[in-house]
Design a protein around this ligand. Structure first.
Ligand SMILES: Cc1cc2nc3c(=O)[nH]c(=O)nc-3n(C[C@H](O)[C@H](O)[C@H](O)COP(=O)(O)OP(=O)(O)OC[C@H]3O[C@@H](n4cnc5c(N)ncnc54)[C@H](O)[C@@H]3O)c2cc1C
Length: 357
């Protein structure tokens, strides 16, 4: 392990990269612990990037229970999971980190001059002085009806797994696959602007908020939405350029229904997988990474926080993830500024550094 004292620019040049390419901290995972790590990095004036396999930030709160209320986050007697994510995002993003969504970290390697190399499934290679793993219960990826059938399809082909820009659905024939909260919410959210709206679900019952289901049924009665149940997805069709043109759905008697569309929105939830992380030579305890009291793993400069961090008496809760994040960032400082010790910061006394509001 190199313990060089080269100046940062000299060290970077020695590695054939520019100093600008090296962030102080790279955060893997944008759940609550990852988002609070970004904020904690900001108050320590450390540059930061955050990477998540999901198309949206929020981790389990966004993927598994966005509409549920949480009652045990200090200072919030009651807050919806989505509401908490919005506040965490606002707090973290004021420091303008580099954000990479829809991207999974597949490898972390320690190079010379205390630089870490982070590689993603998109082939991007990022450099960092410290890495904080906030990967929770693993990388979330959208659940598809059939991974092989959907492999050639992405947003360029008209197939979406989330809505980040409603205008892409305006004036389009939209089919939504799914029967949970997000499927019903987007039926309601896009019905006004879509040319046509069809929702296909394998059960007659939808698992969503009652008032949203009622509203969707009303729109169906008004002829503004088609509700196709109980039908299973069977096939996806495309034109010669590979763009989606429709889907086939099948009922339990084998009756097949062809539905035309030029926008297919698949909202079947997410699957999670620790995947590549277990191959990074980290010490694991069951399915979590063992950390020391400073939140450092067995790899120098690599820290772990939140649900993925294991230590005695650990409780897997949002609030413990926040504390983990704060401790980890303080202990990243010697990696970011060699020779410097972590300094404790009271934001009420010092305010926020430039970059923060
Ligand atoms: C139904 C339910 C209800 C809950 N209710 C409460 C509650 O009321 N109160 C409470 O305190 N806690 C609650 N929890 C637990 C809480 O959600 C977790 O403790 C919290 O989400 C952990 O946050 P995290 O940031 O550590 O991980 P996560 O929220 O799991 O986020 C991890 C993120 O890392 C990403 N990721 C993982 N691996 C990679 C990779 N290789 N590359 C890129 N990205 C990656 C994932 O996509 C994910 O977005 C609940 C959990 C569930 C399932």
């Amino acid at each position: 392990m190199a313990t060089t004292t080269l100046e940062p620019e000299t060290a970077a040049a020695d590695m054939g990269i520019s100093e600008d390419q090296i962030k102080d901290i790279t955060v893997i995972g944008a759940g609550p612990a990852g988002l609070f790590t970004v904020f904690s990095a900001g108050i320590q004036e450390a540059s930061c990037r955050i990477i998540d396999s999901m198309p949206q930030v929020g981790g389990q709160l966004t993927a598994l229970y966005p509409e549920k209320n949480i009652f045990d986050v200090p200072g919030f007697p009651k807050v919806s999971a989505k509401g908490l994510v919005d506040r965490l995002e606002e707090q973290a993003m004021q420091f303008k980190p580099d954000v990479h969504l829809n991207e999974t970290v597949v490898d972390v390697q320690r190079l010379k001059h205390r630089v870490l190399e982070v590689t993603t499934n998109k082939g991007n290679v990022f450099y960092s002085r410290a890495v904080v793993i906030a990967a929770g219960i693993g990388a979330f990826t959208p659940r598809l009806p059939d991974d092989d059938l959907f492999a050639p399809f992405g947003e360029a082909q008209g197939v979406y797994t989330c809505v980040t820009d409603k205008s892409r659905f305006a004036g389009r024939d939209v089919v939504i696959l799914g029967g949970g909260d997000s499927a019903v919410d987007w039926v309601l959210g896009l019905a006004d602007i879509a040319k046509s709206m069809t929702v296909v679900h394998r059960r007659n019952e939808f698992r969503a908020q009652g008032h949203s289901i009622t509203k969707m049924r009303e729109l169906a009665q008004e002829g503004k939405v088609k509700v196709i149940t109980p039908y299973n997805f069977k096939a996806i069709h495309a034109d010669a350029s590979g763009h989606v043109t429709g889907v086939a759905a099948e009922d339990k008697n084998g009756q097949v229904l062809e539905i035309k569309c030029d926008r297919l929105l698949v909202l079947l939830g997410f699957k999670n997988d620790l995947g590549p992380i277990v191959e990074w030579d980290l010490r694991f305890e069951e399915s979590a990474i063992k950390v020391d009291p400073d939140m450092q793993t067995n790899i120098p400069g690599v820290f772990a926080v939140g649900d993925i961090a294991a230590y005695p008496q650990k409780i897997k809760l949002i609030l413990t993830g926040f504390a983990d994040a704060s401790i980890a960032v303080q202990n990243c400082i010697p990696y970011i500024r060699p020779g410097k010790k972590a300094s404790h910061v009271f934001t009420s006394v010092r305010g926020l550094p430039a970059g923060g509001k």
